[in-house]
Design a protein around this ligand. Structure first.
Ligand SMILES: [Zn+2]
Length: 75
């Protein structure tokens, strides 16, 4: 897949969407139309909230583990 705005080629793999997304953000954000910018921003928020959710899930999982550990110590 070739970039819409420059000659950079993106290899077809599972991360292509994310790689291309970051490439456009870093290199071509000013070239996007207002509509494209809006879609880009929404997508970025979705990616960010997904990451935050996974981080949060991990944190909760970890604190659960610590909590259970403490309970075991009390017994
Ligand atoms: Zn490009």
């Amino acid at each position: 897949m070739k970039c819409k705005y420059c000659d950079q080629i993106f290899l077809e793999d599972v991360d292509i969407g994310l790689n291309y997304f970051h490439h456009v953000k870093i290199n071509h954000y000013d070239l996007l139309t207002d509509d494209d910018k809006m879609i880009h921003d929404i997508r970025e928020k979705m990616i960010k909230s997904k990451k935050e959710y996974e981080t949060l899930k991990k944190k909760i999982g970890d604190s659960d583990l610590i909590f259970n550990q403490k309970n075991m110590d009390v017994k």
